[in-house]
Design a binder for this molecule. Structure first.
Ligand code: DOR
Ligand code: ZN
Length: 407
């Protein structure tokens, strides 16, 4: 039996808690907070085909160091995960990589929507977290920007009881802006090219489709006030839309490009301080359902290229929890809200079985984030230099106790 004494709980009481464990072990919880194992519904662990950026040997360490015990991985790999054969192959590679490091990590896979492979969806429906739709192009070649394909995938999801997760940015708006600003070199143009209206227009369409087909729709990385206004109204009408935001939209903004350069380039892009304030408000109000890291590693030398060559995406799985715990210490959100966003809501939205995973978080010591600390294969963080608390000390999952300082 594992016993943790005198530990702070999310309801801010102190308790002694126990878990099944092969031996008798007691941990003093005086400096620690107990949270349910985090569920990160949005990661890109890059397997197969992009292992120069990330693999599951590294990413599992990064996840556990970040208190995450369940991840949902995206299909924009090489090749993209759009057929049953590729999906089965991906499961086998992942299981092999996790076995190599002997680390327990629960995972689910999203299946990529490709209008030429829709017949594959029926074959895999029991094995996937849902269908991922890219309405705007991003890393990889998955794109479904025509309305008839979107209607077709919604009809399929309805028929087979599947959830759809969406990258909601309007491709046409982005392409027009990209042509207009093709000569610009300042990274701040990334936010101008992928303007807020591109996200707002796509979210409007998602809401229409979700309402028409009655299909649960999970909108990834919501970042603007306009999207929140639409979703809030849709939720009030009972439309099945759920929304995620990401730490980079909560803790970075578009005034920081001069420091960040390529480290601040992701899709959707960084937004204004006003959008950020509205996101925090929506998060506390319960309009935002989840926080996904959108852990999307690229190598630092790729990110140090000029704007036109720099790939979009930032790592984040090992910094989500310290950022949120530090925000809690600064009274920006409650622990109850933190648990709802990082565990309870994703568990309900994706219908996950209950587990007894625990994260024991150090809420006393502060540490400055450095690239060198990062376990991700890319070894950098856009939050470098931030002084944070809330690093996990232990993770308990599947009857194993992981000491995060030894990872
Ligand atoms: O910034 C991003 N990076 N946005 C995406 O949609 C994809 C991701 C990636 O895979 O690199
Ligand atoms: Zn993503």
């Amino acid at each position: 039996m594992l016993t943790i004494t005198n530990i702070l709980m999310p309801d801010e009481t102190r308790q002694t808690i126990t878990r099944d464990y092969p031996e008798d072990l007691t941990i003093d919880g005086a400096d620690l907070l107990a949270l349910p194992g985090l569920i990160d519904p949005h990661v890109h662990f890059r397997v197969p085909g992009l292992e120069d950026k990330e693999d599951w040997q590294h990413a599992s360490v990064a996840a556990l160091k970040g208190g995450v015990t369940t991840v949902f991985d995206m299909p924009n790999t090489k090749p993209a995960t759009t057929t049953q054969e590729r999906l089965q192959n991906k499961f086998a590679i992942i299981d092999g990589q996790l076995a190599e490091v002997d680390l327990p990590l629960r995972y689910k896979l999203f299946f990529g929507a490709d209008k030429n492979q829709f017949h594959e969806i029926v074959k895999v429906k029991a094995d996937i977290a849902g269908i991922k739709v890219f309405m705007g192009a991003s890393t990889g070649d998955l794109l479904m920007d025509d309305e008839s394909s979107l209607h077709a995938v919604y009809a399929l999801a309805k028929a087979h009881g599947l959830l759809i997760a969406l990258h909601a940015e309007d491709e046409l708006i982005i392409r027009n802006n990209a042509a207009k600003y093709a000569d610009q070199t300042d990274f701040k143009y990334h936010s101008i090219i992928r303007e807020p209206q591109a996200a707002v227009k796509a979210v409007q369409l998602v809401i229409e489709l979700a309402e028409l087909y009655q299909v649960p729709s999970y909108i990834l990385h919501v970042s603007t006030q306009g999207e929140l206004d639409l979703v809030k109204a849709a939720k009030a009408r009972g439309v099945m839309v759920y929304i995620e935001t990401c730490p980079h939209y909560l803790f970075l903004d578009d005034s920081q490009y001069a420091n960040l350069n390529g480290r601040g380039k992701m899709n959707p892009p960084l937004r204004s301080k006003i959008d950020q304030d509205v996101l925090w408000h929506a998060l506390n109000e319960g309009v935002i359902d989840t926080i996904g890291s959108d852990h999307a590693p690229h190598q630092l030398n790729e990110k140090e290229q000029p704007l036109c060559k720099c790939p979009s995406g930032v790592p984040g799985i090992e910094t989500t929890l310290p950022l949120l715990i530090t925000a809690w210490r600064e009274n920006k959100l409650s622990l109850a809200k933190l648990v709802a966003l990082t565990h309870d809501n994703p568990q309900q939205i994706f219908n996950l079985p209950v587990n007894d995973d625990l994260v024991l978080v150090d809420i006393v010591n502060y540490r400055e984030l450095s690239d060198a600390q990062m376990a991700s294969k890319c070894h950098w963080t856009p939050f470098v230099g931030m002084n944070l608390t809330g690093f996990p000390r232990y993770v308990y999952t599947q009857q194993r106790l992981i000491d995060c300082r030894k990872l």
